[in-house]
Design a protein around this ligand. Structure first.
Ligand SMILES: Cc1cc2nc3c(=O)[nH]c(=O)nc-3n(C[C@H](O)[C@H](O)[C@H](O)COP(=O)(O)OP(=O)(O)OC[C@H]3O[C@@H](n4cnc5c(N)ncnc54)[C@H](O)[C@@H]3O)c2cc1C
Length: 378
Protein backbone atom coordinates (compact mmCIF):
# COMPACT_ATOMS: atom_id res chain seq x y z
CA UNK A 1 0.00 0.00 0.00
CA UNK A 2 1.22 3.55 -0.85
CA UNK A 3 0.02 5.13 2.40
CA UNK A 4 -3.11 6.32 4.21
CA UNK A 5 -5.91 8.30 2.61
CA UNK A 6 -8.73 9.75 4.69
CA UNK A 7 -11.91 10.76 2.84
CA UNK A 8 -14.38 12.95 4.74
CA UNK A 9 -17.93 12.44 3.46
CA UNK A 10 -19.64 9.33 2.12
CA UNK A 11 -21.67 10.87 -0.70
CA UNK A 12 -21.32 9.94 -4.37
CA UNK A 13 -17.98 11.79 -4.66
CA UNK A 14 -16.41 10.24 -1.54
CA UNK A 15 -17.54 6.69 -2.34
CA UNK A 16 -16.32 6.94 -5.93
CA UNK A 17 -12.92 8.18 -4.72
CA UNK A 18 -12.71 5.39 -2.12
CA UNK A 19 -13.58 2.73 -4.70
CA UNK A 20 -10.96 4.05 -7.12
CA UNK A 21 -8.16 4.29 -4.54
CA UNK A 22 -8.69 1.17 -2.42
CA UNK A 23 -6.43 -1.14 -4.46
CA UNK A 24 -3.32 1.00 -3.90
CA UNK A 25 -3.99 2.94 -0.68
CA UNK A 26 -5.20 2.28 2.84
CA UNK A 27 -8.56 4.12 2.69
CA UNK A 28 -10.62 5.46 5.62
CA UNK A 29 -14.08 6.75 4.69
CA UNK A 30 -15.57 9.06 7.35
CA UNK A 31 -19.39 9.10 7.30
CA UNK A 32 -21.52 11.99 8.52
CA UNK A 33 -24.93 10.28 8.54
CA UNK A 34 -26.49 7.33 10.34
CA UNK A 35 -26.67 5.27 7.14
CA UNK A 36 -24.24 3.70 4.73
CA UNK A 37 -23.68 5.83 1.60
CA UNK A 38 -26.89 6.05 -0.44
CA UNK A 39 -28.12 7.56 -3.72
CA UNK A 40 -29.06 11.06 -2.54
CA UNK A 41 -30.88 11.90 -5.77
CA UNK A 42 -33.42 9.15 -5.00
CA UNK A 43 -34.42 10.23 -1.47
CA UNK A 44 -37.89 11.26 -2.63
CA UNK A 45 -38.57 7.52 -2.76
CA UNK A 46 -38.23 7.52 1.04
CA UNK A 47 -41.06 10.07 1.26
CA UNK A 48 -43.26 7.66 -0.65
CA UNK A 49 -42.39 4.75 1.63
CA UNK A 50 -39.02 3.23 0.65
CA UNK A 51 -36.39 2.57 3.30
CA UNK A 52 -33.04 4.40 3.26
CA UNK A 53 -31.38 0.96 3.10
CA UNK A 54 -33.01 0.28 -0.27
CA UNK A 55 -31.04 3.24 -1.69
CA UNK A 56 -27.62 2.06 -0.52
CA UNK A 57 -24.91 2.40 -3.17
CA UNK A 58 -23.18 -0.78 -1.90
CA UNK A 59 -23.98 -3.33 0.82
CA UNK A 60 -21.80 -3.19 3.96
CA UNK A 61 -19.88 -6.31 2.84
CA UNK A 62 -18.61 -4.48 -0.28
CA UNK A 63 -16.55 -2.03 1.83
CA UNK A 64 -14.96 -4.94 3.70
CA UNK A 65 -14.12 -6.76 0.45
CA UNK A 66 -12.48 -3.61 -0.93
CA UNK A 67 -10.56 -3.02 2.31
CA UNK A 68 -12.25 0.38 2.86
CA UNK A 69 -12.47 1.19 6.58
CA UNK A 70 -15.75 2.95 7.48
CA UNK A 71 -15.71 5.47 10.35
CA UNK A 72 -19.17 6.14 11.76
CA UNK A 73 -18.47 9.44 13.48
CA UNK A 74 -18.38 12.82 11.69
CA UNK A 75 -15.10 14.69 11.36
CA UNK A 76 -14.81 17.63 13.76
CA UNK A 77 -11.50 19.21 12.74
CA UNK A 78 -8.50 18.99 10.41
CA UNK A 79 -4.92 19.66 11.48
CA UNK A 80 -3.11 20.23 8.16
CA UNK A 81 0.34 20.66 9.75
CA UNK A 82 0.10 17.43 11.75
CA UNK A 83 -1.92 15.69 8.97
CA UNK A 84 -4.60 14.54 11.39
CA UNK A 85 -8.38 14.44 11.14
CA UNK A 86 -10.22 14.40 14.48
CA UNK A 87 -13.64 12.75 14.68
CA UNK A 88 -16.46 13.70 17.03
CA UNK A 89 -16.06 10.43 18.98
CA UNK A 90 -12.44 11.35 19.81
CA UNK A 91 -10.77 9.14 17.15
CA UNK A 92 -7.74 10.75 15.47
CA UNK A 93 -6.91 9.61 11.93
CA UNK A 94 -3.41 10.23 10.57
CA UNK A 95 -3.28 10.72 6.79
CA UNK A 96 -0.81 11.05 3.94
CA UNK A 97 -3.49 12.51 1.65
CA UNK A 98 -6.86 13.91 2.68
CA UNK A 99 -9.94 14.26 0.45
CA UNK A 100 -12.78 16.52 1.59
CA UNK A 101 -16.11 15.45 0.07
CA UNK A 102 -18.58 17.00 2.50
CA UNK A 103 -21.13 18.02 -0.16
CA UNK A 104 -23.56 20.84 0.45
CA UNK A 105 -26.35 21.87 2.81
CA UNK A 106 -29.82 23.07 1.89
CA UNK A 107 -30.22 26.84 1.97
CA UNK A 108 -33.02 27.90 4.30
CA UNK A 109 -33.87 31.57 4.90
CA UNK A 110 -35.88 33.03 7.77
CA UNK A 111 -39.56 33.87 7.25
CA UNK A 112 -41.55 36.35 9.28
CA UNK A 113 -44.36 35.01 11.45
CA UNK A 114 -44.76 32.53 14.26
CA UNK A 115 -44.26 29.26 12.34
CA UNK A 116 -42.16 26.90 14.44
CA UNK A 117 -43.10 23.36 13.32
CA UNK A 118 -43.32 21.31 10.11
CA UNK A 119 -40.68 23.33 8.28
CA UNK A 120 -38.22 21.19 6.31
CA UNK A 121 -35.67 21.00 3.56
CA UNK A 122 -34.85 17.87 1.54
CA UNK A 123 -31.17 16.96 1.52
CA UNK A 124 -30.71 13.79 3.57
CA UNK A 125 -32.48 10.50 4.22
CA UNK A 126 -33.34 11.84 7.72
CA UNK A 127 -35.00 14.89 6.11
CA UNK A 128 -37.06 12.60 3.86
CA UNK A 129 -38.22 10.53 6.86
CA UNK A 130 -39.19 13.69 8.76
CA UNK A 131 -41.17 15.01 5.75
CA UNK A 132 -42.93 11.65 5.33
CA UNK A 133 -43.94 11.59 9.01
CA UNK A 134 -45.19 15.15 8.86
CA UNK A 135 -47.21 14.55 5.68
CA UNK A 136 -49.27 11.70 7.06
CA UNK A 137 -52.44 13.39 8.28
CA UNK A 138 -51.62 16.76 6.71
CA UNK A 139 -53.95 18.46 4.22
CA UNK A 140 -51.55 20.62 2.21
CA UNK A 141 -47.94 21.36 1.39
CA UNK A 142 -46.04 24.39 0.09
CA UNK A 143 -42.62 24.12 -1.52
CA UNK A 144 -40.45 27.24 -1.63
CA UNK A 145 -38.41 27.07 -4.85
CA UNK A 146 -39.46 26.07 -8.38
CA UNK A 147 -36.20 24.52 -9.50
CA UNK A 148 -35.84 20.90 -10.49
CA UNK A 149 -35.76 19.49 -6.95
CA UNK A 150 -38.71 21.58 -5.75
CA UNK A 151 -40.86 20.53 -8.70
CA UNK A 152 -39.96 16.86 -8.36
CA UNK A 153 -40.75 16.95 -4.65
CA UNK A 154 -44.06 18.74 -5.22
CA UNK A 155 -45.08 16.30 -7.95
CA UNK A 156 -44.25 13.17 -5.98
CA UNK A 157 -46.07 14.43 -2.86
CA UNK A 158 -49.17 15.37 -4.89
CA UNK A 159 -49.14 11.96 -6.61
CA UNK A 160 -48.52 9.90 -3.50
CA UNK A 161 -50.44 11.74 -0.77
CA UNK A 162 -53.23 13.20 -2.96
CA UNK A 163 -53.06 16.60 -1.27
CA UNK A 164 -52.82 20.04 -2.89
CA UNK A 165 -49.21 21.18 -3.26
CA UNK A 166 -48.13 24.75 -4.07
CA UNK A 167 -44.75 25.72 -5.48
CA UNK A 168 -43.52 29.28 -4.94
CA UNK A 169 -40.98 30.56 -7.45
CA UNK A 170 -39.63 34.10 -7.21
CA UNK A 171 -38.48 34.18 -10.87
CA UNK A 172 -41.06 34.87 -13.53
CA UNK A 173 -41.40 31.19 -14.39
CA UNK A 174 -40.18 27.78 -13.22
CA UNK A 175 -36.78 26.35 -14.24
CA UNK A 176 -35.86 29.78 -15.58
CA UNK A 177 -32.20 28.82 -15.99
CA UNK A 178 -33.02 25.76 -18.10
CA UNK A 179 -36.15 26.73 -20.05
CA UNK A 180 -37.75 29.51 -22.06
CA UNK A 181 -41.06 30.91 -20.84
CA UNK A 182 -43.31 29.05 -23.31
CA UNK A 183 -41.77 25.65 -22.51
CA UNK A 184 -42.00 26.40 -18.78
CA UNK A 185 -45.70 27.27 -19.12
CA UNK A 186 -46.34 23.95 -20.90
CA UNK A 187 -44.68 22.14 -18.02
CA UNK A 188 -46.54 24.24 -15.46
CA UNK A 189 -49.93 23.40 -17.04
CA UNK A 190 -49.10 19.76 -16.98
CA UNK A 191 -48.04 19.89 -13.31
CA UNK A 192 -51.33 21.66 -12.55
CA UNK A 193 -53.21 18.59 -13.81
CA UNK A 194 -51.30 16.51 -11.23
CA UNK A 195 -52.34 18.77 -8.33
CA UNK A 196 -49.25 21.01 -8.27
CA UNK A 197 -50.11 24.71 -8.42
CA UNK A 198 -47.21 27.01 -9.33
CA UNK A 199 -47.06 30.62 -8.02
CA UNK A 200 -44.31 32.35 -9.97
CA UNK A 201 -43.09 35.94 -9.67
CA UNK A 202 -43.74 36.17 -5.91
CA UNK A 203 -41.73 35.25 -2.84
CA UNK A 204 -42.59 33.65 0.47
CA UNK A 205 -42.42 36.27 3.23
CA UNK A 206 -44.35 35.02 6.27
CA UNK A 207 -45.69 31.76 7.66
CA UNK A 208 -48.01 30.86 10.49
CA UNK A 209 -48.96 27.36 11.66
CA UNK A 210 -50.93 26.47 8.51
CA UNK A 211 -50.61 29.30 5.98
CA UNK A 212 -47.85 30.76 3.83
CA UNK A 213 -48.11 34.46 2.88
CA UNK A 214 -46.53 35.66 -0.38
CA UNK A 215 -45.15 39.06 -1.34
CA UNK A 216 -48.06 39.64 -3.78
CA UNK A 217 -50.68 39.11 -1.02
CA UNK A 218 -51.51 35.49 -1.91
CA UNK A 219 -52.22 33.17 1.04
CA UNK A 220 -51.53 29.48 0.50
CA UNK A 221 -52.45 26.46 2.64
CA UNK A 222 -49.23 25.02 4.04
CA UNK A 223 -49.62 22.38 6.76
CA UNK A 224 -46.16 21.24 5.68
CA UNK A 225 -43.59 23.72 4.43
CA UNK A 226 -40.45 22.68 2.58
CA UNK A 227 -37.56 24.83 1.40
CA UNK A 228 -36.03 23.93 -1.94
CA UNK A 229 -34.17 27.17 -2.50
CA UNK A 230 -30.73 25.91 -3.46
CA UNK A 231 -27.71 24.63 -1.59
CA UNK A 232 -24.49 26.00 -0.09
CA UNK A 233 -21.18 24.07 -0.03
CA UNK A 234 -20.52 22.47 3.38
CA UNK A 235 -17.07 24.06 3.68
CA UNK A 236 -16.87 24.95 7.38
CA UNK A 237 -14.31 22.21 8.26
CA UNK A 238 -12.06 23.53 5.50
CA UNK A 239 -12.42 27.18 6.61
CA UNK A 240 -11.58 26.23 10.21
CA UNK A 241 -8.47 24.47 8.89
CA UNK A 242 -7.47 27.74 7.13
CA UNK A 243 -7.83 26.33 3.61
CA UNK A 244 -8.78 28.87 0.92
CA UNK A 245 -12.57 29.01 0.82
CA UNK A 246 -14.82 31.48 -0.98
CA UNK A 247 -18.29 30.12 -1.77
CA UNK A 248 -16.82 26.61 -1.78
CA UNK A 249 -13.38 25.12 -1.11
CA UNK A 250 -11.16 26.62 -3.79
CA UNK A 251 -9.38 23.92 -5.78
CA UNK A 252 -7.10 23.97 -8.81
CA UNK A 253 -7.64 21.96 -11.97
CA UNK A 254 -6.18 18.90 -10.19
CA UNK A 255 -8.81 19.23 -7.44
CA UNK A 256 -6.08 20.23 -5.00
CA UNK A 257 -6.85 22.77 -2.25
CA UNK A 258 -4.48 25.44 -0.93
CA UNK A 259 -2.80 22.64 1.11
CA UNK A 260 -1.02 20.35 -1.42
CA UNK A 261 -1.90 17.19 0.56
CA UNK A 262 -5.59 18.05 0.80
CA UNK A 263 -7.96 17.59 -2.14
CA UNK A 264 -11.66 18.47 -2.35
CA UNK A 265 -14.33 17.04 -4.65
CA UNK A 266 -18.07 17.18 -5.35
CA UNK A 267 -20.62 19.81 -4.32
CA UNK A 268 -18.24 21.33 -1.75
CA UNK A 269 -15.74 22.72 -4.26
CA UNK A 270 -15.32 25.91 -6.21
CA UNK A 271 -13.27 25.59 -9.41
CA UNK A 272 -12.49 28.75 -11.41
CA UNK A 273 -15.37 30.51 -9.63
CA UNK A 274 -17.83 27.75 -10.52
CA UNK A 275 -19.89 25.71 -8.04
CA UNK A 276 -21.24 22.24 -8.89
CA UNK A 277 -24.44 20.57 -7.80
CA UNK A 278 -24.82 17.43 -9.87
CA UNK A 279 -24.15 13.78 -9.10
CA UNK A 280 -22.60 13.48 -12.57
CA UNK A 281 -19.76 15.87 -11.62
CA UNK A 282 -19.42 14.50 -8.07
CA UNK A 283 -18.85 11.02 -9.45
CA UNK A 284 -16.39 12.06 -12.13
CA UNK A 285 -14.42 14.14 -9.59
CA UNK A 286 -14.23 11.06 -7.35
CA UNK A 287 -12.57 9.11 -10.17
CA UNK A 288 -10.39 12.02 -11.24
CA UNK A 289 -8.97 12.76 -7.78
CA UNK A 290 -7.94 9.10 -7.51
CA UNK A 291 -6.08 9.21 -10.82
CA UNK A 292 -4.43 12.53 -9.85
CA UNK A 293 -3.26 11.06 -6.53
CA UNK A 294 -1.97 8.04 -8.47
CA UNK A 295 0.11 10.30 -10.76
CA UNK A 296 -2.19 11.58 -13.55
CA UNK A 297 -1.16 15.14 -14.41
CA UNK A 298 -4.04 16.05 -16.73
CA UNK A 299 -6.58 18.65 -15.56
CA UNK A 300 -10.15 17.91 -14.50
CA UNK A 301 -12.53 18.97 -17.28
CA UNK A 302 -16.18 18.84 -16.17
CA UNK A 303 -18.41 17.12 -18.71
CA UNK A 304 -21.26 18.93 -20.38
CA UNK A 305 -24.07 19.36 -17.89
CA UNK A 306 -26.94 19.83 -20.30
CA UNK A 307 -30.05 19.07 -18.32
CA UNK A 308 -31.97 15.94 -19.16
CA UNK A 309 -34.76 15.84 -16.64
CA UNK A 310 -37.99 14.10 -15.91
CA UNK A 311 -40.29 16.52 -14.13
CA UNK A 312 -43.72 15.32 -13.17
CA UNK A 313 -43.55 12.46 -15.64
CA UNK A 314 -42.58 14.84 -18.48
CA UNK A 315 -39.29 14.60 -20.38
CA UNK A 316 -37.45 17.91 -20.39
CA UNK A 317 -34.16 18.43 -22.24
CA UNK A 318 -32.30 21.74 -22.07
CA UNK A 319 -29.16 22.09 -24.22
CA UNK A 320 -26.74 25.00 -24.54
CA UNK A 321 -27.94 28.58 -24.13
CA UNK A 322 -31.46 29.97 -24.13
CA UNK A 323 -31.06 32.95 -26.50
CA UNK A 324 -33.68 35.56 -27.54
CA UNK A 325 -34.19 34.40 -31.12
CA UNK A 326 -36.46 31.35 -30.76
CA UNK A 327 -37.71 29.10 -33.57
CA UNK A 328 -40.41 26.63 -32.66
CA UNK A 329 -39.91 23.42 -34.62
CA UNK A 330 -42.68 21.33 -33.04
CA UNK A 331 -45.67 22.45 -30.94
CA UNK A 332 -48.31 19.75 -30.79
CA UNK A 333 -50.00 17.36 -28.33
CA UNK A 334 -48.04 18.59 -25.30
CA UNK A 335 -44.69 18.33 -27.13
CA UNK A 336 -42.58 21.37 -27.88
CA UNK A 337 -39.17 21.64 -29.56
CA UNK A 338 -37.60 25.11 -29.61
CA UNK A 339 -34.24 26.08 -31.11
CA UNK A 340 -32.47 29.27 -29.90
CA UNK A 341 -30.14 31.28 -32.16
CA UNK A 342 -27.87 34.27 -31.94
CA UNK A 343 -26.89 35.99 -35.20
CA UNK A 344 -28.25 32.99 -37.10
CA UNK A 345 -26.12 30.45 -35.23
CA UNK A 346 -27.82 27.77 -33.14
CA UNK A 347 -26.93 28.31 -29.47
CA UNK A 348 -29.29 25.97 -27.66
CA UNK A 349 -32.53 23.99 -27.66
CA UNK A 350 -35.35 23.01 -25.31
CA UNK A 351 -37.29 19.80 -25.91
CA UNK A 352 -40.46 19.02 -23.98
CA UNK A 353 -41.72 15.46 -24.45
CA UNK A 354 -39.73 14.91 -27.65
CA UNK A 355 -36.29 13.81 -26.54
CA UNK A 356 -35.96 11.66 -29.68
CA UNK A 357 -34.71 14.88 -31.36
CA UNK A 358 -31.97 15.42 -28.78
CA UNK A 359 -29.12 14.11 -30.92
CA UNK A 360 -30.02 16.31 -33.92
CA UNK A 361 -30.48 19.35 -31.63
CA UNK A 362 -27.11 18.76 -29.98
CA UNK A 363 -25.45 18.35 -33.39
CA UNK A 364 -26.98 21.63 -34.63
CA UNK A 365 -25.45 23.72 -31.82
CA UNK A 366 -22.72 25.94 -33.28
CA UNK A 367 -24.04 25.65 -36.89
CA UNK A 368 -26.08 28.14 -38.91
CA UNK A 369 -29.82 27.60 -38.27
CA UNK A 370 -31.71 25.80 -41.01
CA UNK A 371 -35.21 24.53 -40.15
CA UNK A 372 -34.84 21.87 -42.88
CA UNK A 373 -32.24 20.01 -40.86
CA UNK A 374 -34.91 19.20 -38.26
CA UNK A 375 -37.86 18.77 -40.64
CA UNK A 376 -36.19 15.73 -42.21
CA UNK A 377 -36.28 13.92 -38.87
CA UNK A 378 -40.04 14.32 -38.29
C1 LIG B 1 -33.54 15.30 -3.59
C2 LIG B 1 -32.32 15.45 -4.47
C3 LIG B 1 -32.40 15.07 -5.81
C4 LIG B 1 -31.27 15.21 -6.64
N1 LIG B 1 -31.40 14.80 -7.93
C5 LIG B 1 -30.32 14.87 -8.73
C6 LIG B 1 -30.39 14.39 -10.07
O1 LIG B 1 -31.44 13.96 -10.55
N2 LIG B 1 -29.26 14.45 -10.84
C7 LIG B 1 -28.08 14.95 -10.34
O2 LIG B 1 -27.07 14.95 -11.06
N3 LIG B 1 -27.98 15.39 -9.08
C8 LIG B 1 -29.07 15.38 -8.25
N4 LIG B 1 -28.98 15.85 -6.98
C9 LIG B 1 -27.70 16.45 -6.53
C10 LIG B 1 -26.73 15.36 -6.11
O3 LIG B 1 -27.36 14.53 -5.18
C11 LIG B 1 -25.48 16.00 -5.53
O4 LIG B 1 -24.85 16.78 -6.54
C12 LIG B 1 -24.49 14.94 -5.06
O5 LIG B 1 -25.09 14.18 -4.04
C13 LIG B 1 -23.20 15.57 -4.54
O6 LIG B 1 -22.39 14.56 -4.07
P1 LIG B 1 -21.26 14.82 -2.97
O7 LIG B 1 -20.65 13.50 -2.72
O8 LIG B 1 -20.41 15.96 -3.39
O9 LIG B 1 -22.04 15.34 -1.67
P2 LIG B 1 -23.21 14.73 -0.81
O10 LIG B 1 -24.03 13.77 -1.59
O11 LIG B 1 -23.91 15.91 -0.21
O12 LIG B 1 -22.47 13.92 0.33
C14 LIG B 1 -21.67 14.56 1.28
C15 LIG B 1 -21.63 13.70 2.52
O13 LIG B 1 -20.66 14.26 3.41
C16 LIG B 1 -21.16 14.16 4.71
N5 LIG B 1 -20.48 15.09 5.61
C17 LIG B 1 -20.63 16.43 5.71
N6 LIG B 1 -19.87 16.91 6.70
C18 LIG B 1 -19.22 15.85 7.24
C19 LIG B 1 -18.30 15.69 8.32
N7 LIG B 1 -17.88 16.72 9.06
N8 LIG B 1 -17.86 14.44 8.60
C20 LIG B 1 -18.26 13.38 7.85
N9 LIG B 1 -19.12 13.48 6.85
C21 LIG B 1 -19.60 14.69 6.54
C22 LIG B 1 -22.65 14.47 4.55
O14 LIG B 1 -23.36 14.03 5.68
C23 LIG B 1 -22.96 13.68 3.30
O15 LIG B 1 -23.30 12.38 3.61
C24 LIG B 1 -30.07 15.73 -6.12
C25 LIG B 1 -29.99 16.12 -4.78
C26 LIG B 1 -31.10 15.99 -3.95
C27 LIG B 1 -31.01 16.41 -2.50
Amino acid sequence: MNGKIVIIGGGIAGVQAAASLADKWDVFLVLGENYLPYYRMRIEEIISGSSPESLYIHPESWYGEKGIKLCHSPASSIDGDGRIVALEDGTRLQYDKLIIATGSNAFVFPLEGNRSTSVFSLRTAEDAIAIRNSLSGSGSMAVIGGGLLGLELAYSVAEHFHIPVSVIESSEYILSRQLDRASAMLLQDSLGKSGVEVHAGASAVRADSSTLFLSDGTELPADVLCFSAGVRPAASLASSASLDVDKGIIVDEHLRSSDPDIYAIGDVIELNGRLFGLALHAREMGSKVASVINGDDSPYVPSDSSAILKVGGIDVVSLGQIADDASVIIDRDGSRFTVFCENGIVKGAVLINCKQFMASARKAIGSPFDAAMFQEKM
